[in-house]
Design a protein around this ligand. Sequence first.
Ligand code: ZN
Length: 383
Amino acid sequence: MRTAPLPFTSLPSCAVFVRRVTAVALLAVAGGVHAIVTPDVPEAQKVPVTNPNAPKSPQDNNPQRRHSIETPALANRRREASLPKPATAGGELTLAALQELLKDGKAPRTGELTLSAASAAPANPGTAAARTPARSAARPATAPAAAAAPANTGHAAHWSYGDDETGPAQWGRLEPRFNVCAIGKRQSPIDIQDSEALQTPMEPIQFNWGKAAGSVLHNGHTLQVDLDAGHSIEVRGKAFRLLQFHFHLPSEERVNGRGFPMVAHFVHRADDGQLAVVALLLDRGEVNPQIARVWSSIPLDRGDRVRLPAEGVDLAVLLPTDQRYYQFIGSLTTPPCTEGVVWNVLKVPATLSAQQIDTFAKIFPMNARPVQPGNGRIVKSAQ
Ligand SMILES: [Zn+2]
């Protein structure tokens, strides 16, 4: 049974993580990263580089360098637009590439280096989502700093959630590094079947979440809330720091065949680079005051970023009282569909009002990857 008349896909996309992790590590080596925002999903991930006291270059004040602002015409096609390709090699930002950027003054010293998730992923055999006609309108790659990556000369492949040549079924063919989207055996999202899951006692996820400050980025594929440091989870005996959370409509994951109107994916990363995502399903119901704070900071266009209200978002309040969860290994649900992500899907959903859902839908009518094959992977169901 479905809650929403929307096409569902299964689990989330949070894909660019691993690559970002690498990029981040390299950036740290090269310049002293003080804050990392990440990526999960999609596309534009931001990695604030370097020290905030460094003098700004004229370029830093140029909005075209820091944000890709669409024209009104392009805004209509924003979902299909591609993000600028990052300086990557095989999907990862190399130290050499970074140094090259810094040398050329192309990497903002005080700004943010936007990594494009658009560079990754392959095609998967899923069915394309349907609600939005995807268009492959190419967005001029205006961008940002990373656009001039030495490792890649072209622009990142455009990818979308449509049923055309840039949609999920084709992701794996858009770029070699998106290949795993098509051939991976541990892809997300999946349809979690309780009858097939291992019913077992599991340690509760320890949520060290509190009132969070941050900013909301419209990255072309979703609204992503990049958070200031200070929040984490501990799961499987390991600590993961919370980087960002973002939304999908409808939910990417399904449980026993049922999808939900939306889902929020909280992307965490451990010191060793492993990613852990907490998926909070969002059902239609009461107004969610915390999400309302996020919605109050909705950016105006792709590439635009708005600081959260001063009161921030109280992440702990978002959590359901019953925090049992399903756990399995999956992937980012957006190109490059990187695998090895520890997925933790909370069984009890939070709510959003119909109006809150509609608000997101006006910007992103459909941004969920279709369900991927389980391929016999183990899914644990915490009792
Ligand atoms: Zn996601």
